[in-house]
Every structure is written in structure tokens, then in C-alpha cells.
Write a protein of this length. Structure first.
Length: 430
């Protein structure tokens, strides 16, 4: 009993490490099989997409340059603050403008008093109409000067020209302002993507075309935009034309809750865009992971039953004639494989991976269209195909599970039979 138990454990351990395809009668060297995963080629629809990348920008943005020079007395906003149109951003001080306003106010007061006096005298007929008109003109001039001085002084309060978010503040309290942008305001709710499109794709594009837009680093963040207009000229340096894509308005302002990370598109964000150009229906499709390239030629590995020994021998014999430069070790290995293929006595009946050149059509993120080389229903290897060679023996996890179950049942039967034989031997001795 102990002998059979030891034999079972040793066989079980060796079975877990490696499945091998043996020729028990010939006793030749074992050839290892490779574990792979596969999927069947199927019929489906696949579309051709124009892939674009670019940076989002706001439809409304402004660089705020103070209208007058002055020293910054106070800042009312910082980066990320949401402001309404006309909201104060900073307060400047300009002594020259203060003095001009004060003089204009004094001149206006003097002109008003002089006009009131001449108006009374004109009604009494003491002064002429000419003197009265001159006083009236002087009053209007004084009022205009005061209005202008007051407006110039009010320009020391820097205000937002539009509703949006403060994205940049380059002014500091106590600094001298004027001549340079002090603030940048952007509307984060209305965005657009300006992308460059090759000239060859112009015939497939038109205004109103839907565009799927994805965040470059978060595929879950996406939206559907629309082609708003196409640029009027082609860039002679790059051979491309600008495409203006309008995004739908954001649901709410992303800066409304600064304590939470909001899933919103933002101005300046790098995005990826897809425009569906054409769709092929009932195309032959395989998983994109099944595709490999050799010297630029697309290939796939197809799993099939190993051919009969006679067929393998004839094929190998013709290959040996055409490839007389191969060394003797490779020939011995091929002969050994052929012999093993003729005597499958392992717990696993392996399949063989055949290398197949294919012609490709449309491609998307998961699948690729096969124009030639693969038929619907064929098993193509999707995992473990990078290290394969033509006519390599392979097995799948499903085959492994079935073989393990069969092996366990056979081992249990052997142990039971050995125990019964041992018990019978003891009975005979007694």
C-alpha cells in the first residue's frame, strides 16, 4: 500500500510541472508543450476611425491688462476663483489721476457758478447772448473734463471682462501694474478642441459630424462633441487643416467645489478624439492580441489537430530537400517530433500551432478585421503567441483541467487495484 501511495504522489508532482508529449514505445526525448489561450474568429461590425489628439481651450477667455498704470493696493481674487462679468479683481493707486480728477471737479464747480450768474443776468438783459453762450460752452467743457477724469480714476479698479474662472494671477500687492497681463479669465463651461487633420481626410469630414472625445489619462471621462467648422486653409508646412470641435456645455463649473476632485474636462487638458468614418458589417474579426508581426508582415497562430505521421513525414522530407543548409540537430529534432505526433499516449492530446499570414482591414482598440488568411470559427492564439514557432505543440487551460481530472481518476483506480491485489496476496499467505 505504501509503495502505491508513493508512486501516486511522485506522478502527481511531475504532472503539475510540465505536460509532455511522449513516445513511450520509441523512448525518444520528450518535447515540451506550451500553454496558450485562444479565441475563435467571429463575424461582427467594425468601424474605421480618424484618430485625433489635441488640447482643450475655452471658447471665451481673456488676458486682463490694466487700463492704467498704478501701484497695486489690493487683490480681490486668486487662481481658481469664479467671478462674474464686471467683478473687481484688484485696486490700483495713481496719484496723477487723483490730482486730475480733483482739478476737474474744482473747474466744474467754478463753471457752474459762473453759468448760474450769467444766466440770471442774461434774463435781466444785462449781459449779451454771446457771453451767455460762452459760459454755457465752458460749463459743458468742464463737465466733459470731469467725466473723463472720473472715468480714468475708476479704471484703477481692475474688473473682469467676462464670467469665468481666474486661471492666472501675475500681479502682487505693492507691485507696479500696467502694460502687462495681470489676470487670465476663462469660461470653463464652454470648451472646444482645435485639432489638425491631414489633407487626405478632408473628403470624409463635414460640419455637424459627431466626435467622441476621451481624456488622455482617464478613459472613463468622455463626451460627444460635434464638428463646428473646418479651417479655410491648408498649412503648407504640415499639409494639415484645422478642425474646430465644439464640446457640449459642462454640467456645472468644475471649480464650484474645490475640496473635491471633479470629473470634468478643463481648459488646457490633453484629450484624444475619434471620428467614425465608415463601418464594415459582418466582417471577420479576431482579438487584437492574436496579431503579431514578423518583418512587417502580420501573422497569427491557428490551433489545429496535428497532421497524421505520414503527412508530416512527407512534408518534412520536402522541407529537408529545399533547406539543405540546416544542421543535423534540427533534422533530428523534427524527426523526433514526427514520431511523437504518431503516438499520442499522454494524458493530454495536444494541438499544433500553425503560423498563418493574414491581410488586415479596419482596426479598433479590441479587434482587427481579417480580409484574408483566417476563416470564421478558427481558433487563433491570443496569449502565449509571442514565443511560438510554426508547428509548435500547444495546449489550453481547458485541456489541462480535463487531463488532470482524467489523470486523478486513473491514479485512484490504480491505487484501488493495487490495494485489492495486496489484500488478495495476504489472504493467500494466510
Amino acid at each position: 500500500m505504501f509503495f502505491f501511495l508513493t508512486l501516486f504522489l511522485s506522478c502527481e508532482n511531475s504532472f503539475e510541472y510540465e505536460y509532455q508529449y511522449k513516445d513511450y514505445q520509441a523512448g525518444e526525448q520528450e518535447e515540451p508543450m506550451l500553454l496558450v489561450r485562444s479565441e475563435k474568429a467571429f463575424k461582427g461590425d467594425i468601424s474605421n476611425y480618424l484618430q485625433l489628439t489635441g488640447t482643450l481651450e475655452s471658447n471665451a477667455q481673456a488676458s486682463v491688462i490694466p487700463e492704467t498704470n498704478g501701484t497695486c493696493l489690493a487683490l480681490y481674487v486668486r487662481e481658481g476663483d469664479f467671478v462674474e462679468a464686471g467683478a473687481p479683481l484688484a485696486q490700483l493707486s495713481n496719484r496723477s489721476l487723483d490730482a486730475v480728477e480733483e482739478r476737474a471737479e474744482l473747474e466744474l464747480s467754478r463753471a457752474e457758478r459762473e453759468f448760474e450768474k450769467l444766466e440770471r443776468l442774461h434774463k435781466q438783459g444785462i449781459v449779451s447772448s454771446r457771453e451767455y453762450q460762452e459760459a454755457e460752452i465752458a460749463l459743458k467743457t468742464a463737465r466733459t473734463s470731469y467725466t473723463e477724469a472720473n472715468k480714468n480714476k475708476s479704471s484703477t479698479t481692475v474688473r473682469s471682462p467676462l464670467k469665468g474662472v481666474v486661471t492666472s494671477v501675475s500681479l502682487r500687492q505693492g507691485e507696479q501694474a500696467g502694460g502687462q497681463p495681470a489676470f487670465v479669465i476663462m469660461d470653463p463651461e464652454n470648451l472646444r478642441l482645435v485639432a489638425s487633420v491631414p489633407e487626405r481626410d478632408l473628403n470624409t469630414l463635414h460640419k455637424g459630424l459627431d466626435v467622441e472625445i476621451f481624456a488622455a489619462y482617464d478613459e472613463n471621462l468622455h463626451t460627444t462633441g460635434v464638428v463646428e467648422r473646418i479651417g479655410p486653409v491648408v498649412d503648407p508646412q504640415t499639409g494639415s487643416i484645422q478642425l474646430f470641435i465644439e464640446l457640449p456645455p459642462q454640467a456645472k463649473n468644475p471649480s464650484s467645489d474645490q475640496n473635491k476632485t471633479s470629473s470634468f474636462f478643463r481648459p488646457g487638458q490633453f484629450v484624444r478624439a475619434e471620428i467614425e468614418l465608415k463601418t464594415h458589417h459582418d466582417a471577420t474579426l479576431i482579438s487584437k492580441s492574436a496579431l503579431i508581426y514578423q518583418d512587417g508582415q502580420p501573422l497569427v497562430f491557428v490551433m489545429k489537430d496535428p497532421p497524421p505521421k505520414s503527412e508530416v513525414s512527407q512534408n518534412d522530407h520536402s522541407e529537408q530537400k529545399s533547406n539543405s543548409t540546416e544542421d543535423s540537430n534540427d533534422k533530428d529534432s523534427e524527426d523526433s517530433t514526427n514520431k511523437e505526433l504518431n503516438n499520442p499516449k499522454d494524458n493530454i492530446s495536444p494541438l499544433m500551432a500553425f503560423q498563418q499570414e493574414v491581410s488586415l482591414g479596419y482596426t479598433n482598440a479590441q479587434h482587427v478585421e481579417i480580409l484574408e488568411g483566417i476563416e470564421v470559427g478558427e481558433d487563433v492564439i491570443t496569449e502565449g503567441n509571442t514565443n511560438l514557432r510554426n508547428k509548435t505543440l500547444v495546449y489550453t487551460p481547458q485541456m489541462k483541467a480535463a487531463a488532470e481530472a482524467n489523470f486523478d481518476s486513473q491514479s485512484s483506480a490504480a491505487i484501488t487495484s493495487g490495494s485489492e491485489q495486496q489484500d488478495e496476496g495476504l489472504q493467500e499467505k494466510k
